[in-house]
Design a protein around this ligand. Sequence first.
Ligand SMILES: Cc1ncc(COP(=O)(O)O)c(C=O)c1O
Length: 398
Amino acid sequence: MDIHKSPKFVEKKLKQEFETRAIHVGNHSNERTGSVSPAIHLTSTYEQDSLGQDRGFDYSRAINPTRQRLETNIATLEEGEYAISFSSGMAATTALFQTLKQGNHVIVSRNVYGGTYRVIDQVLSNHGLIFDFVDTRDLKEIESHIRPETKLLFLETPTNPLLEISDISAISHLCKIHKIIIAVDNTFMSPFGQRPLSLGADVVMHSGTKHIGGHSDIISGLLITSNKILADQLYFIQKAVGAIPAPFDCWLLLRSTKTLSLRVQQSALNAIEIAKWLSKQSMITEVIYPGLASHPQHELAKAQQVMPNGDSIFGSIISIRLKDEKSRDQFIEKLKIFTFAESLGGVESLSCVPYDMTHGAVPVDMKLKMGITPTLIRLSIGIENVNDLIQDLKFALT
Ligand SMILES: Cc1ncc(COP(=O)(O)O)c(C=O)c1O
């Protein structure tokens, strides 16, 4: 039996909707005690019955029941067959790149998260992998960078923090022709807002720290795929390298995915209202939000970013530009409900300056060329009352 694929999952995947699967897959009540919340397996090792005879579990770096429950749950939400969990989003991304060999070439969205840029530029490039940062919104631009050694295309959509959107379906088609694995960092949308595997991608990556965790209390990373060969490679890297999540974090994540649909919907509802309001404020020179008709890829976002019921959803991140650094500093200082902090996707609203914070590791000329300027502020909209959030922004702008 494939220990990573429970028969119950396959059955539920076919029959139940996202919200139901989020609550029930991987969360069966305990058979002996009936406890509705399943226990956490805080154990490093497992008693074996005799030499070579264990009960499916031998050592927790390799396998743990709580982690296994999380992986089953996440796999079904992304409509994949296998999920592999890690101690951070960066550990998940690195594990994916570790499936490659020296001399392999990778195409990466030009505006990826700054930490992704940093690990590529300062770690992985030293190990013989070759990377090209490309504007993946442009199919021709991607095609012009494909070489015989290209093995992986790593897409981030929408990107952090410019919210550039790439066409997952069209790029997947191109990758199939050239036999390139396509991975999508789906952190900004969560599986509730976008399911890249159903659009043709081979693997999905998440910083589980964001929407999936949702409460700014866990660092986590996840990879999801239906490709058995890739999944086996990734489970092996998970075990061999050992960047695994602790059972308690897996348990917290399982608790978080139960409310994922509600949180993601509410923060997106708040975000669209706030984006519209921000667009009318003269102090703000630009509002970037895929839900606004002014966004250059609004139509693509509408078609690609959909909830499981098929309705469009535009996410909870808004980037705004103020006219100068003085107004930026005053604005940030005056915000009271929005906390000035890195990260996103939590129940609480946050603000940050990507130029110095999340994208500090990206070279200045690259940042400026893309539009990550010092006066760009990224807002992560939480699920507080939208009127309070608008009041907070209004006060900070006056
Ligand atoms: C889009 C995106 N991908 C990956 C990461 C890295 O995740 P982590 O911080 O969990 O390592 C982040 C973190 O901000 C992110 O925003």
